[in-house]
Design a protein around this ligand. Structure first.
Ligand code: SF4
Length: 79
């Protein structure tokens, strides 16, 4: 599911400003995705926030996707 990786987030607040109905700042000073995007409008707002995050801390609804290049290579070989 769509989420903020708190270990990466620097707490700049951009995502909350762009999509306050999806993101909020947690008590730890890091953002959190408190509502999953469902409608086309929410998806657009989510993507806008994701693309605007300066550190790439927001990821979409694909939990199982490998972020590491070597894993990508494994996926290609398995396909
Ligand atoms: S835009 Fe990125 S770095 Fe900034 S608060 Fe949101 S998740 Fe954290």
């Amino acid at each position: 599911m769509a989420k903020v990786h708190k270990d990466v987030c620097i707490g700049c607040g951009t995502c909350c400003a762009l999509a306050a109905h999806l993101f909020r700042m947690g008590e730890d000073g890091k953002a959190e995705c408190y509502k999953q995007p469902e409608t086309p409008e929410e998806m657009a707002a989510f993507e806008d926030a994701m693309n605007s995050c300066p550190v790439g801390a927001i990821t979409p609804e694909v939990d199982e996707v490998a972020t590491d290049a070597s894993d990508d290579e494994d996926l290609k070989m398995a396909a």
